[in-house]
Design a protein around this ligand. Structure first.
Ligand SMILES: Cc1ncc(COP(=O)(O)O)c(C=O)c1O
Length: 340
């Protein structure tokens, strides 16, 4: 079996898909732009998305707006802070008939979990094309593309999946493949050149891949997918957000710390603002204590950080292999730094 089939088998298993519906990509962003390029947008078409979609996706939508005259519509958030208002989004689907509905499952800027399956039911009912960015959820939760009801799903391998950098993948539904959706730039791997003036895309999601592959990262990410499935996504999805919840509980008691994650059951992305610190020195102080963290700045999430009135926040993402003692240690370190 060829290397890419091995990889697709691994990634496909993670999301309840067939290998023939999965294309490997050099990053989630690469997979996402390939997916967007398959939609033949015309002037006046609507992309319906949320206020919490990933920064690079939002920039891509604006680029499509500027080049093709597409309109970008953001569904409002629910007033109770649980993420996008699904009923309002469904009403927009009915009134605006979007060419594409695009939702990020867990945004990078907080632990919010968007109700992607509920949104998917509305998309199916209304026959709309539905693209889900599952970068922060693959490897953290069991994902099932049938249950979500999406036509396209993108993910990275370098986050909760614990794979190598420079790897991602794209799921494409059988419906879209049968209907002939293909990336704007398709190469000799994704298509056969049948006559001088004609080509025919291959039947499978391989039409979204290219002749040349980064074989090392492909094999590494396939190994990561198999490893995650051996560990079991069910136990991972119980332990990982639970560790994050413990960390949130501990940080909630620290003066000067403001927790920013919303929703009834946030994912294992713990985000908070801290008084009296600038971003870089705070991150460096965490680094010096050998604690891995990431900074998010206002420009990463203009809507969300605007609503929360924060300029930056720190993100801590515990995973199943972290221990309760480590969570305690991290909370104590933040408390010590907050007290300075
Ligand atoms: C929600 C989300 N989508 C997409 C990406 C981009 O992934 P990649 O770096 O593999 O392109 C990220 C990375 O932070 C992310 O958090």
């Amino acid at each position: 079996m060829a290397a890419y089939e091995v990889a697709a088998g691994g990634q496909a298993g993670l999301i309840g898909a067939e290998p023939s519906n999965v294309a490997f990509a050099g990053s989630a962003t690469h997979a996402y732009s390939k997916a967007l390029s398959a939609i033949p947008f015309e002037r006046g078409d609507v992309i319906l998305t949320t206020r919490n979609d990933f920064i690079s996706n939002q920039i891509a939508f604006l680029s499509l707006r500027d080049r093709f005259g597409v309109e970008v519509v953001h569904a409002p958030d629910h007033p109770d802070g649980t993420g996008v208002d699904v009923e309002a989004m469904a009403a927009l689907m009915r009134s605006r008939r979007p060419r594409l509905v695009a939702v990020t499952h867990v945004p990078t800027n907080s632990g919010l979990v968007q109700p992607v399956a509920e949104i998917g039911r509305h998309c199916r009912e209304q026959g709309l094309i539905y693209l889900v960015d599952a970068c922060q959820s693959v490897g953290q939760y069991p994902i099932d593309v049938e249950e979500i009801g999406c036509d396209l799903l993108t993910a990275t391998c370098r986050k909760f999946l614990r794979g190598p950098r420079g790897s991602g993948f794209l799921y494409v539904s059988g419906r879209l493949l049968r209907e002939g959706y293909e990336p704007l730039f398709i190469d000799m791997y994704g298509a056969r050149w049948t006559e001088p003036g004609r080509y025919r895309p291959v039947e499978t999601a391989a039409r979204f891949e290219e002749w040349e592959f980064p074989y090392a990262t492909l094999l590494g990410s396939a190994a990561a997918a198999r490893y995650a499935m051996d560990v079991g996504l069910e136990p991972v999805s119980r332990r990982t957000p639970a560790l994050a919840a413990t960390l949130r509980d501990r940080l909630a008691g620290v003066g000067g710390v403001r927790l920013l994650d919303r929703g009834p059951a946030p994912a294992a992305l713990v985000t908070f603002a801290i008084e009296g610190w600038r971003p870089q020195p705070f991150k460096q102080a965490m680094d010096a204590r050998r604690i891995n963290s990431a900074l998010s700045h206002r420009e990463f999430a203009l809507f969300d950080f605007g609503d929360k009135d924060v300029e930056w926040c720190l993100r801590l993402s515990p995973h199943y292999y972290n221990t309760e003692e480590e969570v305690e240690l991290v909370a104590s370190a933040v408390a010590e730094l907050a007290a300075r």
